[in-house]
Design a protein around this ligand. Sequence first.
Ligand code: AHR
Length: 341
Amino acid sequence: MFKKLAFLIVLASMTLVACQPAAPAATAAPAATEASVVATEAPAMVYTYADMTVGFLQTGSEGGWRGANSASFKETAEQLGITLKFYDSQNDLAKQVAGFQQFIEDPEVNVIILAALEAAGWDQVLKDAKAAGKTVVIEDRRIDASEDLYVTFIGSDFVEEGRKSGTEMCKLLEGSDKKNVWELVGNVGSSPAIDRGKGFRETAEKCGIVVTNSQTGNWSIVEGKQVTEAWLKESKDVQGIFGQNDEMAFGAIEALKEAGLVPAVDVKIISVDATAGAFQAMLDGTLNVTVECNPLLAPQVYEAALAALNGETLPKWIPSIEGVFYADDPNLKDIAAGRQY
Ligand code: AHR
C-alpha cells in the first residue's frame, strides 16, 4: 500500500515541473529562418548619478557669487554620488582651454561642464569633445559656439539682468536734473560683461541716462574701488553707479565714502548678483538695489547631464529664475535672513 502511495507522489511531482514554463534550457534551437531571428540589441545602459564622472571647468574665484557656484557643484555632487573632477582655471582662458582638453582625453570623464571665462573661442574643443563622445553642458555663462556642439546651457539671461538694472536706475534718478552714470564692467569678453552692458543701455537710455564712464573692474572689490577713485579724481559729476556685480559696487561704495560722498544718497548704486554682502550693504544703507543672478545651478545641471546621457534631447537654454531686491523693502531683514548665499 505504502509503496503504491510513494509511487503516486513521485508521479505527481514530476507533473508539476512539467507545468512550469520551461526554463530557457539550452534546448536545440529551432531551425534558423529569416523571419524568426529577432535582433536583440543589448539594452542601452541606463545611467545613474553614480555612473557620472564630471570634469567641471570653473572660471576661477572672483567673489561671493563664484564661491557659491563652486560650492553648489561640489556639495551637490557629493549628495548625488557623482565623481567630480574640479578644475580651477584661475581666471586664465588658456588654462581653461587646456583643462577642457585634459578632460576630453580623460577616459573616466563622461560629462564636461563649462563656466566659460570668455564667450568666444570654444568651437574646436567642443568639436573634439563631441568626437570623443563626451556630454557637454554649459553653465552660468552663454558662449558663442554653435548650439549643436553642447547639450544645453543652464544660466541667467544677462541681457535681462542689465535691462532690470537700467529700469531700476531710471526709477532712482527720476526727477534728477542730471543722469550721469558710471559703469563697472566684468572681465572683458565674458558674456555677463557684454550682455549686462547691452541690457542696461537698452532701458536706461529711455529715461535719459548717459553712461559717462565705463571700465572693467574684473569683478573685484579692489579694482572696482581703484577705477572709481580714478574717475572721482577727474570729476564728481555722477548721479549713479552700475556695478555689474556686487564686489565692484562694494569697491565703488568705499571710494565714494573716501571722497566725501554718501553712497546710495548722493550717488545711487545698483549691483548684480544679490549675494549676502549686497543684502548687508542694503541694510547698512549704502546700496539701493541688487539684481539677482542665481549661482545655485548644480542640481539643474547634473539633472540635465544625466538626462542627456540617457538619450534625452533638452532645450538649448534653461534660464535661471531670478528676482530684484530693494533697500527700501520693509521685509528686507527677513529676506536677507532667508538667503542661501
Ligand atoms: O557669471 C556670473 C558672474 O561671474 C557674476 O555676476 C560675477 O559675480 C561672477 O564673477
